[in-house]
Design a binder for this molecule. Structure first.
Ligand code: TMP
Length: 223
């Protein structure tokens, strides 16, 4: 990486927390404000990582070992970091990613209860040591989320089938991540209206990165 770099912002939360909706709204608001945004999802966002995503989320793969799962998430991420995130940051862009390594800590570390130190070591490999500048965790009660998911999808994918206890552990994982890294990670209450959550996130972004919005540190033409 060169000295010149953009901004890397990630969205996190349990299944159905509304984080993807909020990521999309945030991206749209950035674009309306004149920024060029690289929008990604993890796992996914390129041909190789999307194929890995399909393996991971295939409901028929119920026999997948938790370690295999962990390494596949990291493999998908490593490809996205090398192919998309690092080049975009070097071009001084704003990169917004729907999930990143905090998902692995929350889902594989806390949810699947794999050794946290090994998960963190794997995260360092998958992310190439790259840290988000800001991570927004949309926090919501899995029981309420579940009701919404069932209503919306009329079913559940492989991950969602893992059940309420799993999602509750994932949520606890996110709460611990937010507690441990208050400078990087913001915990956003997810029990408000979509518009209120969107405003909350935008205000947070503006207050943290005002210098970017005024175009002093990042070239206005480039972002
Ligand atoms: P998505 O629905 O938000 O795209 O995420 C797909 C599923 O993958 C979701 O259930 C969370 C799960 N996941 C992990 O278990 N570990 C990870 O590292 C990531 C990125 C996602």
């Amino acid at each position: 990486m060169t000295d010149k770099r953009g901004l890397f912002i990630t969205f996190e939360g349990c299944d159905g927390s509304g984080k993807s909706t909020q990521a999309s709204l945030f991206i749209a608001q950035l674009q309306q404000s004149g920024f060029t945004v690289t929008a990604l999802r993890d796992p996914g966002a390129n041909a190789i990582s999307e194929r890995i995503r399909a393996i991971l989320l295939d409901r028929q793969h119920t026999e997948m070992s938790p370690w295999s799962e962990l390494l596949l998430y990291e493999a998908a991420r490593a490809q996205m970091v090398a192919q998309q995130i690092k080049p975009a940051l070097e071009e001084n862009r704003i990169v917004v990613c729907d999930r990143f390594f905090d998902s692995t800590t929350a889902y594989q570390g806390y949810g699947r209860q794999l050794d946290l130190q090994l998960v963190e070591a794997a995260n360092r490999m998958g992310s190439g040591g790259l840290l988000p500048d800001l991570t927004c965790i949309i926090d919501a009660d899995p029981r309420l989320i579940r009701k919404r998911i069932v209503k919306r999808l009329g079913g559940a994918d492989r991950m969602e089938s893992a059940g309420l206890a799993f999602q509750e552990r994932v949520r606890q994982g996110y709460l611990r991540i937010a507690e441990a890294e208050p400078l990087r990670v913001a915990l956003i209450p997810g029990d408000r209206s979509i518009a209120e959550i969107q405003r909350h996130i935008w205000q947070l972004f503006v207050s943290r990165f005002q210098r970017i919005l005024t175009g002093r540190d990042l070239g206005e033409g480039e972002i």
